[in-house]
Design a protein around this ligand. Structure first.
Ligand code: AMP
Ligand code: ZN
Length: 495
């Protein structure tokens, strides 16, 4: 198995990844709260774990990837007070909460399809796991680590720390600082310590999402669902837990406290957090009003955009930075990505159509070594905490040799049959399977384009130049060019 190093938020170090069970990986990623359309910031986080899922599989692991749907319990403001995000939207739109959930779950799936994400192995919902959550609350009360107060149940941070817990260890927060930062609001007085967090909340009559429990009508706390669903499908301890950086505190900190208290085991071995997608340096978020919806991008329908961008261009744009660096969204950056992506895509089409031609040409050892090194380099880069930026640089090295062969400046036999075949299969595997990139959708079937290219050749041979120009114009209007080379006629994406 190839080496993978992961930056573990918990140890604040890059560590060599070793799974709990050889050959298998259990991975949990916090899914969306389905009260509104997924924006591009969300896409960046899910993309990181899609590529990790793909990479782990490609290097030989069997992966169980669990990504939940949060359909209850996530309150406005991420704390213990306020309305449920979904309940609030349901009231606003005069819908049944589950209609809101369904609508935005559908939207989320549609967005993931557009960006070519692989579906997770399990996609559990919080409302589908109320029994597990109620059992966990009872268990925590039984262990003396949670207490009931006015129909709500709170996790007892002081007790947890007295028993050896270290609340704050993931996010590096110090308890005293947290206490100083915490404003004690009305209603929080029912907590023993203002930092205690709700694992079950008493529902006021106007709260529309509520269920019976031993503590009266209520609903589960947001943090508890992830502890219950991850443990159910991956075990009390599992390999990788991911999410955006903004979830480190309090959400993931609380997951560690709950998981450890419930089972006596540290629930997660490697914590991974993606950095934020920003707009002019500010986190892209729905509440800040600076979020972009994928659909706006595909239509070019936004004041910051001067054109439309395809899903694959956007996917590529995000892959050009490593997941732990911030990424700023701008029209210019996307333009650059479109050009670069199309160059790689043209290479993908070219290499697919090439085959080894045995000719009496000496092997060029230097070129052969560069190709071999770039292939190894791609694996090393992705194995180095998923550095897709460096991986893509190696892909461009491979592209250079594909272009040379395409232009007849290099014979495939100069690389030797083994290296040529490796270049051909690995370029496609890196592009398609690991980075998850694919051919652009352009509304015209490839077989139709190929047919038009044949007509082009015929018209050209018959010197029907008006028809030749018409075909050229059609390709151009659709973002493509006809490459009329001495040794071949082909079409390619305009770069
Ligand atoms: P939510 O639906 O708000 O619970 O968010 C779903 C996922 O998207 C979480 O892992 C968030 O951390 C992540 N996320 C939200 N905003 C951004 C952003 N601007 N950049 C990257 N990830 C984000
Ligand atoms: Zn979660």
């Amino acid at each position: 198995m190839r080496e993978l190093k992961i930056y573990n938020t918990l140890s604040r170090k890059k560590e060599v990844f070793t799974p709990l069970t050889e050959g298998y990986v259990g991975m949990y990623v916090c899914g969306p709260t389905v009260y509104s359309n997924a924006h591009l910031g969300n896409v960046r986080t899910f993309l990181t774990f899609d590529v990790l899922f793909r990479f782990l599989r490609s290097i030989g692991y069997k992966v169980r990837y669990v990504r939940n749907i949060t359909d209850v319990g996530h309150l406005v403001g991420d704390g213990d007070e306020g309305e449920d995000k979904i309940g609030k939207m349901a009231k606003l739109e005069q819908l049944e909460p589950m209609e809101v959930v369904q609508r935005y779950t559908n939207d989320f799936h549609e967005v993931l399809k557009q960006f070519n994400f692989l579906p997770p192995s399990v996609e559990p919902t919080a409302t589908g796991h109320l029994i597990e959550q109620i059992e966990a609350v009872k268990d925590l009360i039984g262990k003396g680590l949670a207490y009931e107060s006015n129909g709500s149940v709170y996790f007892d941070i002081n007790k947890y720390n007295e028993q050896g817990g270290n609340y704050g260890k993931l996010s590096g927060r110090i308890l005293e600082d947290l206490l100083n930062e915490t404003r004690v609001l009305d209603g929080q007085s029912e907590k023993r310590n203002p930092l205690d967090f709700a694992i079950w909340k008493n529902a006021s009559p106007e709260h529309i999402m509520q269920w019976p429990s031993p503590w009266g009508m209520g609903f589960p706390g947001w943090h508890l669902e992830c502890s219950c669903m991850s443990a159910k499908y991956l075990g009390n301890q599992f390999d990788i837990h991911g999410g955006g950086m903004d979830l480190k505190f309090p959400h993931h900190e609380c997951e560690i406290a709950q998981g450890t208290s419930l089972t006596g085991q540290e629930p997660v071995r490697y914590w991974m957090h993606t950095n934020m997608l920003t707009v002019n340096g500010q986190k892209m978020s729905k509440s800040l009003g600076n979020s972009f919806l994928p659909a706006q991008l595909f239509k070019g329908d936004h004041e910051l955009l001067d054109q439309a961008y395809s899903p694959m261009t956007v996917r590529f744009f995000m892959l050009q930075s490593q997941y732990r660096s911030t990424l700023d969204f701008s029209n210019d950056a996307l333009k650059g990505s479109q050009k670069a992506f199309r160059r790689l895509l043209n290479g993908f089409r070219m290499i697919k159509s090439m085959s080894f031609e045995s000719e009496d040409v000496a092997i060029d050892e230097k070129k052969k070594a560069i190709v071999e090194d770039a292939i190894e380099g791609f694996y090393t880069a992705l194995g180095d905490d998923l550095n897709t930026a460096v991986g893509i640089a190696h892909l461009f090295t491979l592209l250079k040799y594909i272009n040379m062969m395409y232009m007849n400046q290099l014979q495939s036999s100069a690389l030797g049959e083994e290296t040529f075949n490796k270049l051909k299969t690995k370029y496609q595997e890196f592009f398609e399977e690991i980075l998850g990139l694919s051919e652009e959708e352009n509304g015209t079937d490839t077989s139709v384009l190929n047919g038009m290219l044949e007509l082009y050749k015929e018209y050209k041979a018959n010197r029907q130049f008006d028809k030749v120009d018409q075909i050229r114009a059609y390709f151009k209007d659709n973002g493509m060019v006809i490459k009329d080379l001495k040794h071949r006629i082909d079409w390619a994406w305009e770069e």
